[in-house]
Design a protein around this ligand. Structure first.
Ligand SMILES: Nc1ncnc2c1ncn2[C@@H]1O[C@H](COP(=O)(O)OP(=O)(O)OP(=O)(O)O)[C@@H](O)[C@H]1O
Length: 560
């Protein structure tokens, strides 16, 4: 196992280490109690067979007390384990989810969302299982084995050395086993991710699949992937079962040897009947944990594979964080000599491109499809960075904490004249309406509040009016109407207008509208642009459009 993986496990165990220790502690107490139970039952038998003297009642009471203690330890362990599972799971998902949302926009594109969801769910569960189940169980089992071994030595010092003799063979075998199981597990987890990706993508695009009449093909695709998964799982199970059967066989042989050895010594009178019973119980105590260990190994390997997969996600570069750089008045926006391509060596989408968007201007960005209009917006929003050139904002700036641009905090900070480069911290200055349907499930109000969590009812009403989305008020539940995924329940044009209203609640002064009116009829589109110009005076508008009517409403245009 690599140090990085161990470090990761150590890191994610933060907050649970106390509980893990407590769980090990109750487990070890449980082992001690169970061994004491064996000893007490030996005394009971020895007294009953007159091999020893003493009170049979006292010995029996001690045995019952130890049995109750064993049950209490087991109950404590179950409670601790359930508590750790939910807490460790929540903490790990929180950590991953924040990391994913903070990662750079283009980095996450390398992964399919189905694969990401699969990792966040399944791999998290595997690591939680390691922390809350496998690690404590491993420690307790090892302690149990050691204790039973010492007890054995006390009863008869000759037999345990057989165990020491086979230990090197066992260690060598387990190394080979770990390597092979790790390969199997990684392949299985990849297949699992692929299956989730197909299901997720197919459900997301179910309308397309239906209309293209490709349902059967997608089901076949899933079946193929599932067949591959099945043969991988069968392969792993075959291998793991053979290894476990070998271990079980070795231990059954051990049990039989111990039994015959004990019987021989009992017949010569060198041990008592009580010692013989204790001896056999002890062999059972060694046999079970040894089999438990062989069962723990696959979950250990599963968790290690999960760690590798989650580390791949966590290693994604994150965006810079810091104080938000907010301009109180509309700033000038300037692009100077920008060259950008998505990957090094690819054809540049923008090549030595320069342009200005003065404060309060209204510009249409035109160009044939694939020309780079959306890319330009991504650069302005610092979702990606140009290889050459600079994008700057110039004007009166406020220094306020990230995400805190409501009017009260804006009033407390002092503005200063400055020119700054575009970065994730300058995003607060932009109001962006992306292409397509970008609504979330929830009510219309929930969607609007995403634009500004502090928006008042009047502000929401105003933004809906500006966006020509008054239709909301004629819905039976008005602004509290529930929407399905991606605004399901609304038409494309209605969803677009709510998305515009949501964006308008943002405090920024530069509006970026990426084909935001593409689904509207010409009359509504004209009215919406008119409203925007009237209600957002002094703001800068950048319309990305293929519609001549939008371009005509702008004072300037840029063709890419
Ligand atoms: N995430 C990406 N990774 C790699 N290349 C991309 C990515 N997004 C877009 N491209 C490429 O960049 C070019 C410009 O794409 P962009 O989306 O900016 O065009 P557009 O002008 O907005 O097109 P449209 O009018 O069709 O929306 C295209 O050739 C496209 O293949």
């Amino acid at each position: 196992m690599k140090t990085a993986q161990l470090k990761y496990i150590w890191e994610v165990s933060h907050g649970q280490r106390g509980c893990i220790l407590l769980s090990c502690f109750t487990g070890i107490i449980g082992v001690a109690v169970s061994l004491a139970f064996i000893y007490a039952s030996k005394i009971v038998i020895d007294i009953a067979t007159d091999a020893a003297t003493g009170s049979l009642t006292h010995a029996a009471i001690l045995t019952i007390a130890l049995l109750i203690a064993q049950l209490l330890c087991s109950a404590a362990d179950t409670w601790l384990s359930a508590r750790m599972q939910v807490e460790a799971g929540n903490a790990l998902r929180h950590r991953l989810f924040s990391r994913l949302l903070q990662s750079r926009w283009n980095e996450l594109e390398r992964f399919h969302t189905g694969d990401i969801v699969n990792r966040v769910e399944q791999d998290t569960a595997a690591i939680v299982g390691l922390l809350t189940g496998t690690i404590p169980a491993f420690i307790v089992t090892v302690v149990q084995l050691l204790a039973a071994f010492i007890f054995f030595c006390l009863l008869d010092p000759s037999l345990p050395w057989v165990v020491v003799g086979i230990l090197p063979i066992f260690l060598l075998g387990s190394r080979f086993y770990m390597k092979r199981m790790h390969r199997y597990t990684r392949e299985i987890r990849q297949s699992d991710s692929r299956i989730q990706s197909v299901i997720q993508e197919s459900l997301q695009h179910r309308t397309v699949i239906k209309t293209l009449e490709q349902g059967e093909r997608h089901i076949d695709k899933l079946d193929d992937l599932q067949d591959a998964l099945r043969s991988q799982v069968f392969g792993r199970t075959r291998f793991s079962l053979s290894a476990r059967t070998l271990v079980a066989f070795a231990f059954s042989g051990g049990y039989l040897t111990a039994f015959l050895w004990g019987a021989a010594r009992l017949s010569t009178g060198s041990i008592t009947f009580g010692t013989m019973t204790a001896f056999l119980q002890l062999v059972g105590k060694v046999q079970r944990p040894a089999l438990d260990l062989s069962r723990l190994l696959p979950s250990f390997i599963n968790a290690l594979t999960a760690v590798e997969r989650l580390m791949e996600l966590e290693e994604l570069p994150v965006e810079t964080t810091g104080e938000s750089e907010f301009f109180v008045k509309t700033p000038d926006l300037q692009l100077k000599d920008i060259t950008f391509s998505y990957s090094p060596g690819d054809r540049p989408i923008l090549n030595h491109f320069s342009c200005n968007f003065p404060a309060g201007s209204c510009t249409a960005v035109l160009g044939e499809t694939g020309a780079g209009k959306t890319t330009l917006i991504r650069l302005l929003l610092a979702l990606t960075t140009p290889q050459e050139g600079s994008i700057t904002l110039m004007g009166e700036r406020l220094l306020v904490p990230t995400g805190n641009h409501n009017s009260s905090s804006a009033n407390t900070a002092l503005p200063e004249l400055s020119t700054i480069e575009i970065s994730p911290q300058t995003r607060a200055n932009f109001v962006y309406v992306p292409q397509g349907n970008t609504l979330f499930s929830g009510t219309i109000r929930d969607n609007l509040l995403m634009g500004n969590p502090h928006a008042t009812a009047t502000e929401m009403l105003q933004s809906l009016r500006t966006a020509c989305a008054d239709f909301v008020f004629s819905l039976p539940q008005s602004i509290d109407t529930s929407l399905n995924e991606q605004g399901g329940g609304l038409s494309e044009g209605q969803a677009q207008r709510i998305a515009i209203a949501r964006a308008l609640l943002r405090p920024g002064h530069i509006l970026l509208l990426d084909e935001a009116t593409s689904a509207l009829d010409p009359e509504t589109e004209r009215q919406l642009i008119k409203n925007l110009r009237k209600d957002c005076t002094g703001k800068t508008f950048i319309f990305i459009t293929h519609h001549p009517a939008v371009a005509e409403a702008c004072e300037a245009s840029i063709r890419l």
